[in-house]
Design a protein around this ligand. Structure first.
Ligand code: ATP
Ligand code: MG
Length: 169
């Protein structure tokens, strides 16, 4: 676990999410999905490539499983000693009985939509490596799906006093 954390650095999650949305917004346009975001500055300690993969998988799912005309909202914020990342959609939802199982490899609910069934297993692995948690709920008004990822908040200033170089940019 420690060797895997050697690549960890201070990551501005909000900026990473913004980049991810910019690159996937054409998919939303094609499906006439309204993609919105509320991104407050939020810093975590992590592996940038893995975190980007986590964001991409959750946003890809929200767009892929939601019908034409749906809406997807992506949020991140600091909350106390946590950083929270949410992806909410107005799609078909994930039944409560499936909310653990979908993190297993090859577990797929809608076989009409193409996919491999690995995305959420990878998300779960990345979450574990970052000492984070992931949970599935319903979306706004009890419809659709919300994925919530909660990370330990990283305080770049605290780490400087601990003798670690951090790029504040
Ligand atoms: P891939 O490996 O390409 O991501 P996948 O999307 O099928 O394939 P997962 O991302 O692991 O695999 O998702 C597992 C299953 O969970 C999906 O097949 C889908 O049935 C369900 N699912 C995931 N996200 C959502 C969502 N936002 N709304 C509804 N169902 C979802
Ligand atoms: Mg997927």
């Amino acid at each position: 676990n420690n060797t895997e954390k050697r690549s960890f650095e201070a990551v501005r999650l909000d900026k990473l999410v913004e980049e991810a949305i910019q690159q996937i917004v054409f998919v939303a346009d094609q499906k006439k999905i309204d993609i919105g975001f509320e991104l407050a500055p939020a810093c975590v300690s992590g592996d940038t490539l893995m975190l980007r993969d986590l964001i991409d998988n959750l946003v890809d799912n929200a767009l892929r499983y939601s019908p034409v005309g749906a809406s997807v909202t992506v949020r991140c914020r600091e909350a106390g000693d946590r950083v929270e990342f949410f992806v909410e959609d107005t799609g078909p939802g994930i039944p409560e009985a499936e909310r653990e199982a979908v993190f297993s490899r090859y577990r797929r609910l809608d076989v009409k939509v193409p996919g491999t069934g690995l995305g959420l297993a990878i998300v779960h692995e990345i979450v574990t490596l970052h000492d984070a948690t992931v949970s599935i709920g319903s979306g706004a008004g009890g419809k659709g799906t919300t994925f919530t990822v909660s990370f330990p908040r990283f305080d770049p200033d605290a780490s400087i006093t601990a003798g670690e170089e951090v790029d504040a940019a």
